[in-house]
Every structure is written in C-alpha cells, then in structure tokens.
Design a protein. Structure first.
Length: 95
C-alpha cells in the first residue's frame, strides 16, 4: 500500500479511518442490540408457550383453542413446534 505524500492527503486518510472505525463500532453495537432483542423475544415466546401448555393441561386442547380464538389443529401444531429444539437462537424451527 502506498502512503500519501501530501500532508492534506494524510490528514484526510486519518479522518476517513477514524470515521470507518466509528461506523464499525456502531455496527457492532447494533448487532449486540439485535442479539439481546432476540434473546428477550425467545424468553417471551417460551413464557407464552408454557402458559398455553398450562391452559391445554387444565382445559384440554379443544377448550383452550376456543378460549384463545384459534383453531385446535393450529394450537396443537404450535405446541409441537414449541417443543422442538432450535438450532440457533432467534431462528424459527423448520416446518
């Protein structure tokens, strides 16, 4: 790599490198924020599915589906999907 000979060019290069470093830090921070949001979403989903399982245990799947306003087959499918292990956090299980 050639180094700039002109002092102004060197200064512009340094400013560009600083801007690039700052932009990279922002990308990394945003990525961490997204990952934290995915973890919170996964925890909320787990609570929802556990509550639904509890309702199914208490009321049965037909009554639970009626109370939740969903089709019984859909509720059962969601229950099975929630019990499947996930490959990566934040990804949906395969249909």
């Amino acid at each position: 790599m050639r180094h700039p000979v002109d002092a102004g060019a060197r200064q512009r290069l340094l400013e560009a490198q600083r801007s690039e470093t700052d932009a990279l830090r922002k990308v990394e921070a945003a990525g961490k924020g997204c990952e934290a949001a995915r973890r919170r979403q996964a925890a909320a989903d787990a609570k929802l599915h556990e509550a639904q399982r509890g309702l199914v245990r208490i009321s049965g799947s037909a009554r639970a589906a009626l109370l939740l306003g969903v089709d019984e087959a859909t509720l059962r499918r969601e229950m099975r999907r929630a019990e499947q292990p996930r490959d990566e956090p934040g990804t949906e299980p395969a249909p």
